[in-house]
Structure formats: C-alpha cells, structure tokens
Design a protein around this ligand. Structure first.
Ligand SMILES: [Zn+2]
Ligand SMILES: [Zn+2]
Length: 404
C-alpha cells in the first residue's frame, strides 16, 4: 500500500463516512484476493482516523453491503421450486445509491474503483454457489436472477427448455399451431363455443400438453420446419419441430417416457419421434433450411383424365423449374412476387375416371395446389394447362421431408 493510496483514503474518509466495503471498493488494485470489506479494513488500520463506520451508517450504501445474506435467502426461496445447474446474479441498485456513488468517484478522481453493483452480484453469487451447490455461468445460465435493491425483491428469469423432434399427422383438419377465434380473438364467444379457438385442437396443443405437464412450464411456442395445409396429412418420417417450453420448473426429464406419453395421448391423430434436447439456434436452422418435400396428391379433373396424357405431363415436369406468383389464397399476408421452384420428381400412380394420384418431389416452398390448378395462370407451367383439363387437388399429404 503506497502513500498515494493512503493520502487519498485519508482525504475521502474525512469527507464521507464509508463502511469498510465501500472504502475497499475504491481501491481495486490493492491487495488482490481479499474481499472489499477486508481490503477496506486493511486500509483503515493504516489511517490516522481509523474509527470504523458501520454499514448502516455508511453515507454511500446505508447498509446495502451487509444485506447479501438477506438477498441469498430471498433468492433461495424464489428458486426452490426450480431445477437448475447454473445461474447468474444481476442487480438493479437504488438510484440514490448509484447517484452518490458517482459523486464519490468524481471526488476521488481515480479509475480504480469497483461499482457496488458488481460487488453485490459477485458476493451473492459466491454464497449461493456454496449454499445451493450450483455454478455461476456467464454464458448460458439456466436461471438469471435480478436483485432489485430498492424494492427488496428478486426476479428470476428462467431459460426456456428446447426440445427437438419430428411429428407425423394422421388426421385431416388439424392445423399445426393454435389459431385464435377470428371473431373474439381468443377471448371466447358464442361462435367458437367459448373456447377462444378457431379449431378444436392443433399439432402444437396435442404435443405440448404432456410436455408442459412434465416440465411444469407455464407456456410454450411451437416452431415447425415449414407447415402443411390444415387438410394435408404429414407422413413419412415426419416434420422437424422445436418445442420451446417457457419457465420450466423441471429440466431433466426422460424424453423416452415423454415420447410414449405424448403418443398415447395423441393416438391416431399425431405421432412424434426423435425427441432430443435442443437450443434456440436450432429454431433458426429448421426455419431457414431448404428441405425437399415429397407429396402424395389426389387430383380431380373436370373431365375424365387420359392416363397416357397425364403420364406424359409427369415426364415433362420432371426436373423442370416452375414460376409461381404468390397464390391468391395467401396474397393478403405474403409479398406478391414470382418464386422459382424446382420439381425434382413427378410420378403418376394411378388414374380412375376423373381422379388421378401422383407423387411429386419439389423444392421447399412450392405451392402444390397451384401447381395443379394453375391459379388462373399465376403458376406456369401447371398441370391443368399441360393436360388441357382444369384440375384441382382433392387430397394432399406430405410423405417425406428430406435433408435431416
Ligand atoms: Zn457502505
Ligand atoms: Zn370466439
């Protein structure tokens, strides 16, 4: 400890009554290792005016530096229902303390201080690590707790739990995600039978119900890798999704058990597989990835379809790039522009009168209904035009999503 430090400390305590922690925090460089309080005591013992100031009489913190145990208790209590391995403490310090701290820094005009906020975060974190047997993590903590010292409350922020999986859908008429009722917008009205929903259920609700129960989360978001039409089945190996569970109280759940729970609940409607824990990054990956899709479609012509002619059309479409202007049915919510999409495969399965069945493999984002109908010339080329008979899709199922 040099003379310069002692002179500055002497000058400071003659003007401001500071507790040992607040004094020690002004001299970060001295004596690495001990706490600010020990550092402050050490400095004070070398001063002429060595009379101690108790924390509650401290001009700066008014006792805040002695409240760490109290905050530790508040936090332990707030977190007792949550399962976690890692955590991080943040704090929001009384504004008047922050103001006084700035005044003090101006007075000593040095850059060597540590803000009180950092001391609180570190000291509370240190005691909690010991007490709870958990680890402080600055990168990706399971729980972040903000200590608000002015209001004497602690606010835990729980990292969501992400679960990746694939789903199949065996029943038509189920949308992928929840749809609020158009009339009441979710509040519940006569037209939606006071459910607030436009459809009785959704893939999202069917899958998340058991997952929410297991993890004791309070809400969820469902992120699918694209979506099938409400009236389309989703077959093959299923569509990738990430289920985001908000505020989970349990994080270590057995995904094999969850899988069978969900599957027995969603029986004959939806089936899931490949569950594993995931993270937020994967949502972007499955949302942006280009996955080739294979569809099985049943089309209906206005007149009987000639098998040889349709076979020829299927041959011509193979490997072709089509142009699709945003379909009329989605034009209200999507930019009106031309999209080029590639047809990788097109195979005729059967023809009976005016009904035909085809398997088509296309680039991600192809509008299949419009490829068949032509959508008044907005999709070119299209099956109706090539066949010379107006056709429409009667049934459409996704039978494979490639690229995972
Ligand atoms: Zn103090
Ligand atoms: Zn309603």
């Amino acid at each position: 400890m040099n003379d310069k430090t002692l002179t500055l400390a002497e000058k400071t305590v003659s003007v401001y009554h500071l507790c040992d922690s607040c004094l020690g925090r002004l001299f970060r460089q001295i004596e690495k290792g001990p706490t600010n309080k020990q550092k402050g005591t050490l400095i004070r013992n070398n001063l002429k005016q060595s009379k101690k100031t108790h924390a509650k009489d401290c001009w700066l913190c008014e006792g805040l530096t002695e409240e760490t145990d109290h905050f530790v208790d508040l936090i332990s209590d707030a977190l007792k229902e949550y399962e976690f391995d890692t955590f991080l403490i943040g704090s929001k310090i009384d504004e008047d303390i922050v103001e006084r701290e700035k005044e003090l820094w101006d007075f000593i005009s040095s850059e060597d201080f540590e803000p009180i906020k950092m001391e609180i975060n570190r000291e509370v974190g240190k005691i909690l690590e010991e007490k709870l047997g958990k680890t402080v993590d600055f990168e990706k903590p399971d729980i972040t707790v903000i200590v608000d010292t002015a209001f004497d409350v602690v606010n835990p922020q729980i990292r969501p739990l992400f679960i990746y999986g694939r789903y199949k859908k065996f029943e038509r008429g189920i949308p992928q995600t929840k749809w609020p009722c158009r009339i009441c917008r979710g509040k519940g009205c006569r037209s939606c039978n006071y459910t607030g929903k436009r459809y009785e259920t959704s893939v999202e609700e069917l899958i998340s119900k058991k997952a929410l129960k297991r993890t004791k989360g309070n809400d969820e978001s469902f992120h699918g890798c694209g979506r099938e039409d409400i009236d389309a089945l989703m077959l093959g190996s299923g569509r990738p999704f990430v289920l985001e569970i908000k505020n989970p109280k349990k994080r270590t759940i057995d995904l094999a058990i969850l899988t069978s729970e969900i599957n027995s609940y969603t029986k004959d409607r939806v089936e899931i597989s490949n569950l594993r824990f995931s993270d937020r990054k994967e949502i972007a990956r499955i949302k942006n990835a280009e996955f080739q899709k294979t569809y099985y479609i049943v089309i209906e012509g206005e007149k009987p379809i000639k098998k040889e002619k349709l076979k020829e059309v299927a041959q011509l479409l193979l490997g072709k790039t089509i142009e699709q202007l945003t379909p009329t049915r989605v034009a209200h919510r999507r930019a009106n522009k031309i999209r080029e999409r590639k047809i990788y495969n097109c195979k005729l399965e059967s023809v009976e009168g005016s009904i035909a069945r085809l398997t088509i493999e296309t680039q991600s984002g192809t509008y299949i209904k419009e490829l068949v109908s032509g959508d008044s010339g907005r999709t070119t080329p299209n099956i109706s035009e090539m066949l010379g008979i107006p056709c429409k899709v009667k049934e459409l199922d996704v039978i494979e999503i490639k690229g995972e």
